[in-house]
Design a protein around this ligand. Structure first.
Ligand code: ADP
Length: 396
């Protein structure tokens, strides 16, 4: 570990916006951050002083990156589990460790483990490569249609997920094609949820835990559009249940760092959708909306420092993602957004603008929920489209 007289170095694998915002928190803490980025143009590589360029799938790149890091953590879950195990065997401290992280990397492993510890999950079935359609038909007999087909690994922002309305020839062709491409698959019941929630907690190696208020997340086309903290109208009992569930999962799985538990809220209760063990889009609101941002909290947790307060700083906080639109020249639109509402906070990730790509977010804090929602939505929609709002941007 750390030599006396110097701050411990955190290494983060992946150079996306999560690493970029973690750099911002590291500046405040005064702890050096090293980032492994695929290119000098990556979002975090543009702002970090200590950037190594390399591939997160290369054992050699990971080894040389880890040398001199006191602890290694992650900006995404795409590092192959075997390579993380290799780093750990060579003495690198990884937080979360490979055994915990696997539950954020493999949806089938996650479902099996969560079911074993009694966490509520949708019903699911693994799909064997030899007769997947027979397995799907047997599963559909139990849970009905539609079914959700999921790649067990590598999915994000709704990629790696297919809704099957029928188990017809089209579905069989899709399954055959995916299996042929080496994509491992599972099926899940289609959950008739009321809305989606997220419970964000941190856990340190000492076992200290901290829980943020439970938020509502609004997705469109598989991408998170809006986060409302705290989740409007969520009964206290259910909110506490979600926080307890997230803390329990963190403890039982041995998570160190942040854990985001994505949840479906049904009339009858909560079920877990999936887990992330890193700063999460559902926690960006904490930069202004909580005493300790999720990025600082993640650093504190992986460094085994005492955790910071997760108390909110306002009655209502709304975060809206800014997606790339038709017009790449965003800067002129800053003027309108900043002049209209000096209290809205704008965050940009230094990414090339591409249609539908997450390029930034805005956050509004307020006492009135409807007004706070309107302010965040207007700013995000305006930054994306300019003066004329696209129809998809109107309403929730
Ligand atoms: P990703 O790994 O791409 O984020 P998720 O498993 O989180 O994929 O699913 C993305 C979205 O698809 C969810 O936010 C939810 O809206 C929908 N979804 C996922 N699983 C189910 C399910 N079992 N039933 C209904 N909708 C689902």
């Amino acid at each position: 570990m750390r030599e006396p007289g110097r701050m411990p170095v955190v290494g983060m694998i992946g150079g996306g916006q999560l690493a970029r915002m973690t750099q911002q928190a590291a500046i405040g803490l005064g702890t050096p951050l090293r980032v492994l980025a695929a290119s000098p143009q990556d979002s975090a590589a543009l702002v970090c002083a200590d950037v190594r360029i390399g591939e997160h799938t290369s054992a050699a790149d990971l080894r040389s990156f880890a040398k001199g890091c006191d602890v290694v953590t992650f900006d995404h879950e795409h590092v192959p589990p075997a390579l993380i195990e290799e780093l750990e065997s060579a003495g690198t401290i990884c937080r979360p460790g490979s055994a915990a992280l696997l539950h954020a990397q493999d949806k089938l492993v996650m479902r099996e483990r969560l079911s074993a510890i009694g966490a509520p999950c949708p019903r699911y079935a693994p799909l064997p490569a030899d007769d997947p359609m027979a397995a799907l038909r047997a599963f559909a007999d139990q849970v009905g249609l539609p079914l959700v087909l999921k790649a067990t690994r590598g999915g994000y922002d709704g990629k790696g997920l297919w809704i099957l309305d029928d188990l017809d020839a089209g579905a069989a062709a899709l399954v055959e094609r995916l299996l042929g491409e080496g994509v491992a698959l599972m099926a899940e019941e289609h959950v008739p949820f009321r809305r989606e929630l997220a419970a964000l907690v941190a856990r340190s190696p000492h076992g200290q835990g901290a829980a943020y208020p439970v938020v509502e997340t609004v997705q469109r086309d598989g991408i998170c559009h809006e986060v409302i903290a705290p989740a409007p109208g969520l009964e206290e009992e259910r909110a506490v249940q979600a926080q307890r569930l997230a803390l329990e999962i963190a403890e039982r799985l041995g998570v160190t760092g942040l854990l985001a538990v994505e949840l479906f809220e049904l009339e009858s209760g909560l079920v877990v959708n999936e887990l992330a063990m890193r700063p999460h889009n559902s926690g960006h609101w904490t930069i202004e909306g909580a005493r300790t941002s999720q990025f600082e909290q993640h650093l504190r947790a992986v460094l085994d420092l005492p955790l910071g307060s997760a108390e909110p700083t306002a009655r209502h906080v709304v975060m809206a993602n800014v997606l790339g639109g038709d017009d790449a020249d965003i800067y002129p639109r800053y003027i309108h957004v900043m002049a209209r509402d000096p209290a809205v906070k704008v965050h940009f990730y230094g990414k090339q603008v591409r249609l539908g790509r997450k390029i930034g977010h805005v956050t509004a804090l307020g006492d009135d929920l409807e007004e706070t929602l309107e302010r965040a939505r207007h700013a995000a929609a305006y930054l994306r489209w300019g003066p004329a709002l696209g129809p998809a941007e109107e309403g929730r």
